[in-house]
Every structure is written in structure tokens, then in C-alpha cells.
Design a protein around this ligand. Structure first.
Ligand code: PEP
Ligand code: MG
Length: 325
């Protein structure tokens, strides 16, 4: 089966009725670009930069970050590289020896909240990202946004980082797009506002499910309740897709849902045109797309979205996946 899949490595991911889907890779360290390229991905949809900051006592400085980001940007040879700013806290701690004192780290000072509280970290990361943008097609992604004030503060710091580079005559891409993760229910419900103020959206379903269903994603005791097909989750995804369409902004899914072949047809039927996943899943997701007819999926997805009962959704998903076209 793996050999058969290899044959579609350079085939474009297009449905039977001609709808193209971009399949991108999630990476965690610069060397992952090798797997990303080998997978046939058309770019990096999520580079989780926190791995550069974890398991060490000193933060990486601007130069060290620049070199890592530049390596990825260059290696992808003009394909898009979406680099997420530091998403630290909760399940990703900086120093494993440090005792976590937050009562509930998942609801605490993590990701963009942390970076806004430590603006020097944001500043050096923005400078490193902007410098790397000179060497490839870099896009910047902000994690865990929950309100517009955070976004505006972030953009202000971003503008300051640009200005500091301009003053030093250091080259960067003036047009580098800035996108936001939709992974807090508040951001999905308010996706209209975020779609207006951002260049693109990316749905982090891992956290979106966690926060919508109040299920700790790392707690085995409640893992059976962690369900991407919960109607509330599907509706939040739908609202985000609709908001992005309204303002003509690209939207992707970069959580685990994107790489689950049981969910590919549903997501495409809901209007998703960009999926970013672990490189190992790219070919099987592509195979699923090559055997799908988008207009059939869209009809089925509408039906699934109209249901409030998970027990009725499950059989329809099975049916959707069982049909060849
Ligand atoms: C997500 O939350 O779906 C996501 C892609 O981010 P992470 O898994 O790194 O929190
Ligand atoms: Mg997340």
C-alpha cells in the first residue's frame, strides 16, 4: 500500500470534479524539512518553533532563531513556510526542571499571552522571522488569540520589529503575511473580526476541541470524550470557514484533524482547501481526495452540520467515507 501511495507523491491533490486542496506539512525542528519535502507537501503549514526553546536553560537569541528559520525557508525553495510564534505553556513547558505553579496551565499564561507579557521575546522572534523572510516565502502565525486587543498589541510589536530592521538597513519581506490560530472558542465565535484583521486563519483543532469540550487533551481519564465530530466543534470550524470566505482570506486546519483520513472528506465538504499535517499522513489524505467528488461531499457535509446528535453524525461519516465518489 505504501508503494502504491508513493506513486501519487507528485500528483496534485485534486478531487474528481476538479477542486484543488493544498496539503502542507507540520514540522517541529528545522531538520523536519527533509520529511516535509519527501512527503510531497506543497509547503510547511505549521512550524512549531517552541521546540527551539524547550529543554534548555537559556533562550535562543535572535541569531540562533534566524538561522533555524532561514534554513527552513531556504530548504522549501519558494514554497510557503508558515512559522508559528512561540507557543509555550500548558503541555509545552520551557524548562522541564521548573515547577509549574499555574493552577491550570492550559488556561494560563501560554502562547501569545506569554509573549505579550515578555515583549522582548516577541521582539527578537519577530526580528528573526522577518530576517528569514528575505530567504523564502515566510508567513507568520500567532497562536492562542482570544481577543482583538491581543492581536492589535501583537501587530504593534510586529511593526516595531520591522521598523528596527529598516533603521539598520537589514532586508526583509515587507509583505510578510500575519495570520492567527483559531483554537480558542472565543476566536471561532468571533472569527469575523479576526478574518478582517488578519491575512489568513489556521484552525488549531487540538486546542479548539480541548477548550470547546472542556477536555484536557493530555488527560487519559477523559480521552474518550475528546471527539472532533462533536457538533459544537464542527460548528465552530464552519463559522471560521465562513468568516474567512466572507473576507476572502485563506483558512487551513493544522491540528490533528487535518491528517485523519476519516475526516478528510468532511473537511473538504465543509469548504476547507488547505490541510496541514504530519508529513506521514500526506499521501493517504491525498489518496482520499483523489477519490472524492467535492459537490457530493458538500451536500453530505451540510447534512452532517445540521445535526445536533453525535450518534447520528457517526453513521453519516462512515457513509461519506464508504462512498467511492
Ligand atoms: C492545535 O492546537 O491544533 C495546534 C495545531 O497546535 P498545538 O497542537 O501545537 O497546540
Ligand atoms: Mg494549539
Amino acid at each position: 500500500a505504501q508503494q502504491k501511495l508513493q506513486r501519487i507523491k507528485t500528483t496534485k491533490a485534486v478531487t474528481v470534479d476538479g477542486v484543488a486542496i493544498d496539503l502542507l506539512a507540520n514540522i517541529e525542528v528545522p531538520d523536519d524539512v527533509v520529511a516535509a519535502k519527501a512527503s510531497g507537501a506543497v509547503g510547511v503549514g505549521l512550524y512549531r518553533t517552541e521546540f527551539l526553546f524547550m529543554n534548555r536553560t537559556e533562550m535562543p537569541d535572535e541569531q540562533e532563531q534566524f538561522e533555524a528559520y532561514k534554513h527552513v525557508a531556504e530548504a522549501m525553495k519558494g514554497q510557503p513556510v508558515t512559522i508559528r510564534t512561540l507557543d509555550i505553556g500548558a503541555d509545552k513547558q520551557l524548562n522541564p526542571d521548573e515547577v509549574v505553579t499555574a493552577i491550570n496551565p492550559a488556561l494560563g499564561l501560554r502562547a501569545v499571552r506569554y509573549c505579550l507579557a515578555e515583549p522582548h521575546i516577541f521582539h527578537s522572534q519577530f526580528r528573526a522571522l522577518l530576517r528569514a523572510s528575505h530567504y523564502g516565502q515566510v508567513k507568520i502565525l500567532i497562536p492562542m488569540l482570544s481577543n482583538l486587543a491581543e492581536l492589535r498589541q501583537t501587530k504593534l510589536l510586529f511593526a516595531r520589529a520591522k521598523e528596527s530592521l529598516r533603521q539598520q538597513g537589514i532586508p526583509f519581506d515587507e509583505q510578510v503575511p500575519i495570520g492567527g490560530m483559531i483554537e480558542v472558542p472565543a476566536a471561532a465565535i468571533n472569527a469575523d473580526a479576526f478574518a478582517q484583521e488578519l491575512d489568513f486563519l489556521s484552525i488549531g483543532t487540538n486546542d479548539l476541541i480541548q477548550y470547546t469540550l472542556a477536555i484536557d487533551r493530555a488527560d487519559d481519564a477523559v480521552a474518550h470524550l475528546y471527539n472532533p465530530l462533536h457538533p459544537a466543534v464542527l460548528r465552530l470550524i464552519q463559522m471560521t470557514i465562513a468568516a474567512a470566505a466572507k473576507y476572502d482570506k485563506p483558512v487551513s486546519v493544522c491540528g490533528e484533524m487535518a491528517g485523519d483520513i476519516k475526516l478528510t472528506r468532511l473537511l473538504v465538504g465543509m469548504g476547507m482547501r488547505q490541510l496541514s499535517m504530519h508529513p506521514a499522513h500526506i499521501l493517504s489524505v491525498k489518496s482520499q481526495i483523489l477519490q472524492s467528488e467535492e459537490n457530493v461531499l458538500a451536500k453530505q457535509a451540510r447534512k452532517i452540520l445540521s445535526l445536533n446528535d453525535l450518534e447520528k453524525i457517526d453513521p453519516l461519516i462512515k457513509k461519506l467515507n464508504g462512498e467511492v465518489h
